[in-house]
Design a protein around this ligand. Structure first.
Ligand SMILES: Cc1cc2nc3c(=O)[nH]c(=O)nc-3n(C[C@H](O)[C@H](O)[C@H](O)COP(=O)(O)OP(=O)(O)OC[C@H]3O[C@@H](n4cnc5c(N)ncnc54)[C@H](O)[C@@H]3O)c2cc1C
Length: 418
């Protein structure tokens, strides 16, 4: 047990591990607490943006992931309401020797490798340790209280706490920071299947009533099939039956899964996006899903979690060096993170609106089909290869909707009557 801590990290998912490893590398004394016992699983599309490779490498885990001979996907195959799939490869940017690919790795394996690396670099990891309270000093967070696996209460003090507790993190609940997105309540259901006929290495996004699926191969003949729908469409049906019926209702999915077998019970998780109000005090930073969550259609949560932690580490380092962990000193984190992520969040939100309208979804897929540059640009932004702020503009969105060259009004498009 370390005598005097610099940082307490709550949560050992991708965000918490990245924060702990990053701070440890800079010489800070860090403890990471997670309520779970690892290895633990997590409902996820398990499809990691190609831009995450260098981040995983900086954390020292890419080689260990590669040693699993993981699946690597060439891009995204999208189908609108059972229309023909459009396959879009990630673009090769000028500085790249090869076209990038994205890792598709079961979370059970990915998160195990990450938490092992945290332990390996010498960070104290406390599993089965649930943090239940923040401790304050002059209005700033200055420690935590929690319960360990033996139901014994413990207290830890540090000038900085990084909350990487995910969608239901302690900060969101204690400070009432969650702003639920408007719109219908969504639910995600996921299971691994054995023996799907996936000829090409793409993440298959099939949009059709009453929601969409993401299907990708995760190696050893297994595929991950995630279904996201409006909760109301379930009409009280049990997730297991609803999931199997809905997944197999779509003719393209039937083709992929006709000889496949669902290998496990279906796991369900509420999946509506939310944003987060600013943290009200010093001594606390929120990273990963705890800083906001967007519907997983564009599948970038793991990248955003890793990257938000990199930004948090930079800001924490400055603040710890100056021994100023005040709200004002930590504000730089929010500014930097917003600058980097806001346009991407906007694009993701717009895409989610478009896909739930068959007319608009068809239009987008048709625009992409007829314009290779546009489709590769979009997939480059979705894959976090191209910064959203450099391409996302009103003109870009009109192009996506196939309206730019035809002078069609956006108002008409959104009403679905162009
Ligand atoms: C249906 C669905 C599909 C998705 N698909 C993709 C995809 O294909 N690609 C992608 O990149 N992202 C995807 N995501 C998003 C991705 O799963 C998340 O963005 C990512 O897991 C966030 O990582 P995190 O470290 O912030 O949180 P988590 O991975 O949720 O980890 C949080 C950790 O904190 C611990 N914890 C929480 N509270 C406490 C506490 N009080 N005390 C101690 N420990 C605590 C938990 O036990 C957990 O281990 C998907 C999400 C959903 C819901």
């Amino acid at each position: 047990m370390i005598d005097k801590l610099d940082v307490i990290v709550i949560g050992g998912g991708p965000a918490g591990c990245a924060a702990a490893i990053g701070l440890n590398k800079l010489g800070y004394r860090v403890v990471l607490c997670d309520q779970a016992k690892f290895p633990r699983d997590k409902v996820c599309g398990e499809f990691i943006s190609p831009a995450a490779d260098p981040l995983l490498s900086r954390l020292g885990v890419l080689d260990r992931i590669e040693a699993l001979s993981p699946k690597r996907l060439k891009g995204v195959a999208i189908s609108s309401y059972e229309g023909e799939e459009l396959k879009i490869d990630y673009p090769r940017l000028p500085e790249m020797a090869l076209r990038p690919t994205s890792l598709s790795v079961p979370r059970y394996a990915l998160d195990s490798i990450l938490i092992e690396q945290v332990k390996r670099v010498g960070v104290e990891v406390r599993e089965q340790s649930k943090i239940t309270e923040f401790l304050f000093d002059e209005g700033n967070v200055a420690g935590v209280r929690g319960w360990d696996g033996n139901k014994t209460s413990f207290v830890l003090h540090a000038p900085l706490v990084i909350d990487a507790g995910g969608r239901n993190s302690l900060s969101l609940r204690k400070f009432g920071l969650k702003k639920q997105s408007k719109g219908k309540e969504k639910i995600a259901m996921a299971a691994h299947w054995q023996g799907a006929k996936i000829a090409d290495d793409y993440c298959y996004m099939h949009v059709s009533h009453p929601g969409y699926t993401g299907i990708s191969s995760v190696g050893e003949g297994r595929s991950n099939v995630v279904l996201v729908v409006n909760r109301s469409s379930m009409k009280g049906e049990k997730p297991e039956k609803f999931y199997l019926d809905t997944v197999l209702k779509n003719r393209l999915r039937q083709k992929l899964l006709e000889n496949a077998e669902c290998m496990e019970s279906v796991r369900a998780v509420e999946s509506l996006g939310f944003s987060v109000k600013p943290v009200p005090c010093g001594g606390l930073l929120l990273v990963g899903d705890a800083m906001g969550f967007i519907d997983p259609f564009t599948g970038e949560g793991i990248y955003l979690s890793l990257r938000s932690s990199e930004i948090a580490v930079e800001v924490a380092d400055q603040a710890l060096k100056k021994t100023d962990l005040s709200l004002a000193a930590l504000k730089a984190y929010e500014v930097k993170r917003k600058k980097e992520f806001d346009k991407k969040f906007l694009l993701s939100r717009i895409l989610q609106k478009l896909i739930y309208n068959p007319f608009l979804c068809d239009r987008v897929v048709n625009s992409l089909r007829g314009n290779k540059d546009l489709s590769e640009t979009l997939v480059g932004v979705i894959g976090d290869l191209t910064p959203a702020e450099t391409v996302v503009s009103f003109r870009f969105l009109l192009q996506l909707m196939g309206a730019y060259s035809q002078g069609i009004s956006v108002a008409k498009l959104v009403r679905g009557r162009a």
